[in-house]
Design a protein around this ligand. Sequence first.
Ligand code: SF4
Ligand code: SF4
Length: 123
Amino acid sequence: MPWIKVEDCIGCGDCVEACPVDAIAMADVVAVIDMRDCIRCGTCHDACPQGAVRHDGEKIPEEVDANVNRAVWCMDACVRHLGGEIERKKCLERMIKHFTKEKTVAEKTLERLQTLSKEIEST
Ligand code: SF4
Ligand code: SF4
């Protein structure tokens, strides 16, 4: 999914013009993508003269940090609100279950999409 690296955007509006579904607008002098409308066509990546439309793979480390920080925050809150250090480990186990579920959802989604890809190739 595309995202705008704000510090590299010069506000030229080329991506706004190029987007086939009007998912990009200017907010002050910076482009903003409405992900509810984005169809992941990739056109905006090629349209930007500054390379300011970035790929979401670059956000993986940031998203992992956010997940870990959120888990630590939940553990601290569980200790405070539920009664003692014993809650830290229980909370961590729940977070591990949560992300294990997310991983399963991603794996099963990929399986379905790969099947779809084979079906499309054979038509
Ligand atoms: S990927 Fe396509 S639909 Fe999404 S914002 Fe870029 S140009 Fe628009
Ligand atoms: S094309 Fe690039 S520099 Fe121009 S508004 Fe869009 S993101 Fe910003």
